[in-house]
Design a binder for this molecule. Sequence first.
Ligand code: ZN
Length: 320
Amino acid sequence: MSYVGPDFDPPQPRRSALRRPLTVAVTAVVVGAVAGWGVWQAVGDSGGGDDGSDGAAVPQTRSATTPPASSDPSSSGDGDDKAASPSGSASAPAATGPLKGKVVVIDPGHNPGNFQHTTEINRKVNIGTAMKECDTTGTTTNDGYMEAKFTLDVSRRLRTLLQQQGATVKFTQDGDRNWGPCIDERARIGNEAKADAVVSIHADGSGAGNRGFHVILPGSVNEGDADTRPIVAPSSDLGERIAGYFVRATGSAPSNYVGDGTGLVTRTDLGGLNLSTVPKVFIECGNMRDSKDAALLTSGAWRQKAARGISDGITSFLEN
Ligand code: ZN
């Protein structure tokens, strides 16, 4: 679990027998991304620590200013609370574009209000393979910047970018409800929208020194209301593209603590994935509890890059 390197620990190709990250140039990574990242390995269930285990944290007060999607380089991490549209609403101002006719559901992880609604979010819901808490608070940086604020901000930036490509975008929540929704409802929103792609936005709450992003792919599950078998392959494709373009847009390294340097992790314990019937992945954009990652996550300019990477990955998936 130690931090492997100061700057960049690139993923390893699937075919490599090495279990440590290879030293390759970012440009090589980008080539892999453009090619679909297909040779890269998804490694299972090493546990990112985010889903329900990323700790209680203290909500903070913050300004209510939405930065323009293309700027805000000096933001300290706040300002994602305006410009809310009704949850689940579709808005697609662009009538044309490569994603015209495509539906993308964005799931901003957690909810800033969850801290005040612990009874509601601790209620158990059925995720097919288990009963699990309805929702969780998410983590924070050591300075108190909430994951639930981060997820909304990145999601809104992502929405703008996808709409510019002509996509119809729906949210599972947009800061417009007091808590939740529950993870089963989050999945249902994507399913009922017949989404072409769904992405759940998160940041992790792991130990200091653990750095980098990872994309979580649904593992094969067929139990109760969960049957991910039809979505495993397309979700893997979606996730590999997002990981590749995320590297290109942010310059961030794949996680140095899960995924063996691939930036990809497969899990079967997440209700939001288990209950999805449409291609879906989670992305943990970084580790809020590491000071170097936190410096990125709290930067509006970096969040814009993150949104760009995710948008490019989704666009690549939907165009192919
Ligand atoms: Zn989370």
